[in-house]
Design a binder for this molecule. Structure first.
Ligand SMILES: Nc1ncnc2c1ncn2[C@@H]1O[C@H](COP(=O)(O)OP(=O)(O)OP(=O)(O)O)[C@@H](O)[C@H]1O
Ligand SMILES: [Mg+2]
Length: 272
């Protein structure tokens, strides 16, 4: 079923057509005395954009950290097609086509944009480190293919002009785009975006929203988006899950969720 990801020329093709559902059930995460996620359920239907919203500390990033294998669940399950993600280490989850961006930028500041994106292609690289180090012909061919795909993705995300620039020298808004591009370099079937427009100005937000929409349309992947801006959520999301203190307090279409009394209460700190 995952053949397109590991087939010989998959490295230069967009993501696989067979995007499975992501089914989260009873997900519970504890940190010494604190229950960060408490029996959370939600389903991301194939090819849809699912937003996770909630006040600070609600458990949104924790949820991403479980989905990508960084944190272990205390209970519950996360199924992506036939795979149980809670049982897998991060690199195995990435190999299934699950890619993420981080709430706080996680680029290597001294590497060029192009090299940061090449790191994103790491899981698709078939040549061993030794062959690559010796610059054997096979390794050089493979590297050229990856570089070509990196340039394509950079073009698509609007950062082609910055490929040679060290990531640390780029303006913040561009770095957020490089993060998105790096996640796309994994050729994901499921893309996890943690606050992709945080800290951006109005125009940059609009542009990023348009890019996310294009990415979804062009690659047919599923997206899970953590976002505070309700306007952005309403424009982009097919479905929304609302967390508060680690619990799912509401879910459904954006307009329905926005009017939900439990959501209004959570956002107004219990005053409504
Ligand atoms: N590694 C950790 N160790 C201990 N506590 C943690 C850890 N990661 C998260 N938490 C706690 O779990 C809770 C949920 O945090 P999380 O980062 O998931 O919230 P969030 O919804 O992403 O918030 P924000 O909107 O501020 O990004 C918080 O109380 C946080 O302090
Ligand atoms: Mg967070």
């Amino acid at each position: 079923m995952n053949a397109p990801v590991s087939s010989p020329d998959a490295a230069v093709r967009p993501g696989s057509e067979d995007v499975p559902a992501l089914v989260v059930r009873g997900l519970t995460v504890r940190f010494a005395g604190l229950t960060a996620l408490d029996g959370v359920d939600f389903t991301v239907r194939p090819g849809t954009l699912h937003a996770i919203i909630g006040p600070n500390g609600a458990g949104k990033s924790t949820c991403f950290n479980v989905l990508s294998g960084v944190y272990r669940a205390a209970a519950g399950s996360v199924r992506f097609g036939d795979a149980e993600l809670t049982a897998l280490p991060p690199h195995r989850i990435a190999a299934l086509g699950v890619a993420r961006t981080f709430q706080n930028l996680a680029l290597s500041p001294h590497l060029s944009t192009a090299d940061n994106l090449m790191l994103g292609r790491y899981r698709l690289t078939r040549t061993g480190v030794v062959a690559a180090g010796l610059r054997l012909p096979r390794a050089r061919r493979e590297e050229r293919r990856h570089r070509a795909r990196v340039e394509e993705i950079a073009e698509f995300v609007g950062i082609a002009a910055h490929l040679a620039t060290p990531a640390g020298l780029l303006p913040y808004g561009v770095r957020k785009r490089v993060e998105l591009a790096r996640a796309l370099c994994v050729e994901p079937r499921l893309l996890l975006l943690d606050e992709p427009v945080a800290g951006m100005n109005g125009a940059e937000r609009q542009e990023m929203a348009a890019t996310i929409r294009q990415v979804r349309a062009a690659l047919g992947l599923s997206v899970v988006l953590v976002e505070h801006d309700m306007g952005m959520v309403a424009r982009l999301a097919d479905e929304v899950t609302v967390l508060d203190f680690g619990r799912r307090i509401a879910g459904g279409a954006p307009e329905q969720v926005r009017r939900d009394p439990a959501v209004v209460r959570a956002y107004l700190g219990g005053e409504a």
